[in-house]
Design a protein around this ligand. Sequence first.
Ligand SMILES: Cc1cc2nc3c(=O)[nH]c(=O)nc-3n(C[C@H](O)[C@H](O)[C@H](O)COP(=O)(O)OP(=O)(O)OC[C@H]3O[C@@H](n4cnc5c(N)ncnc54)[C@H](O)[C@@H]3O)c2cc1C
Length: 481
Amino acid sequence: MDTLSGKKTQQNIQELYKFLQRSMNKKIVILGAGISGLTTAYLLNKKGYDITVLEKKDEVGGTMESVFENGYLFDRGPNSGLETTPLISQLVEELGLQNEIVYANKIGNKRYILRDNQLHAMPMSPPAFIKTKLFSTGAKLRLFAEPIIGKSDDGYYQSIADFVKRRLGKEFLDYAINPFVAGVYAGNPEELSVKSAFPKLYALEEKYGGLIVGSFKSMKERRKRAEKSKQSAQMFSFLNGMQVLPKAIAKNLGKKVIKSAEVKSISKEISGYKISYSKNGKDEDLMCDVLLSAIPAYYASELFKSIDENLSKHLEQIYYPPVLVLLLAYEKTAIKQPLDGFGFLIPAKEKKSFLGAIWSSILFPNRSDESKAMFTIFVGGARNPEIGNIDKEILFRKVRNEFEEIMGISSEPIFTSYRYWSKSIPQYNIGYIEHEKYFEEFEKRNPGIIIGGNYRGGISVGDCIKNAELVSQRIIQQINN
Ligand SMILES: Cc1cc2nc3c(=O)[nH]c(=O)nc-3n(C[C@H](O)[C@H](O)[C@H](O)COP(=O)(O)OP(=O)(O)OC[C@H]3O[C@@H](n4cnc5c(N)ncnc54)[C@H](O)[C@@H]3O)c2cc1C
């Protein structure tokens, strides 16, 4: 009996070993070395899976671009992330970035909103809310009605503007949500779907019946899951800018990340998927069992046309408005406005030519010399998509004049730079759910292909990282099936 059960155990171990070997031998190709693709690659590589990342540019990070110019550290894409998942600190530790990570100056909790050419601090406590001049007395009283307002029918086809107007009133939409949406999505609240773009906010109504009651109840649940809300999560960056994180992941992956490798086509073969890419003018092919697309939707649209025309059409419809990111630096002595916060956002009603400004050198160290102040200003977005057609010199002058007036700045900037993103952030607009449904159907019909990146599961750096963890689990499941 003993020898028999011993043989059986040995057989089982051998079977398991063969199964694991088969899984590990499967080839995974990831398109795009932005934070989404790289984090997924990192998690799979750590577990021993065979991965290759193909990146079109000669640098990794995608929209995470950090450059030193004239002594100023310019984050041309994301300026910070929120530590909403424990995976971020895990990555920092495993990649040895403990001395690089920096948390935002506490005064960054103070955020300003422009109203009638004046900066008003966003109230963060009930007494501050009562005192603020940002909202009228009528608007403040309107908030008391929120808990008794009933649920809506369908959040996928409801804009964040309609949702907020109904629950919190028009003034709250204009002076809190409108600038907030511009700050996060560079988006238009009338077009963004509340359920697709702000699923957690919508869930408060769906699950608890309202925003105020829901906020308290969900806080308790998050604590249990060791998760943090976007409001309470710490804001982080790195001493040398946000791009430090993707660069460190790529360094860890070594030769598994192939840069300057633009994927030109994908085809389905009997033995898997064939990825054709061009590296230094030379065409190369790579076969794989699993393919993760972590490139922007408008690029994926081209690549997947040969596999599924409808998928390509869905991808093509995802709107990325243009955004111009402008760096302005001044001598601190030339600025009247106290630099005691994150920066400010501008409601559309104020009719300015930019969306808002981050007081970058106040928020994080190593952005500029101590005697200078460096600002990152965002222009365009879904609110002003025509910026692409305006003469840059004229636009800069207008933005600068308005910015200097708001900040009480009396002299010329000592340094300026900019980065123009013709397609910046994907908008989860009304109708987005149809794209999402199609992506799911497509993935069911085409096992081995996963459609990912920041147009699925959230646009923030934190969401991309969280999502990468889920995607890596899905890939492992597919491989083991
Ligand atoms: C101006 C701006 C400001 C932002 N500010 C913030 C912020 O403050 N905080 C925050 O949390 N988020 C912010 N975001 C959002 C966040 O930065 C992005 O959503 C996130 O970095 C996207 O990562 P990703 O990997 O999904 O995509 P991407 O960063 O777009 O990476 C995709 C990669 O795919 C590559 N690629 C494309 N086509 C091909 C091809 N054919 N073959 C091979 N490779 C290809 C690209 O070169 C790129 O490297 C901001 C975004 C922008 C544009």
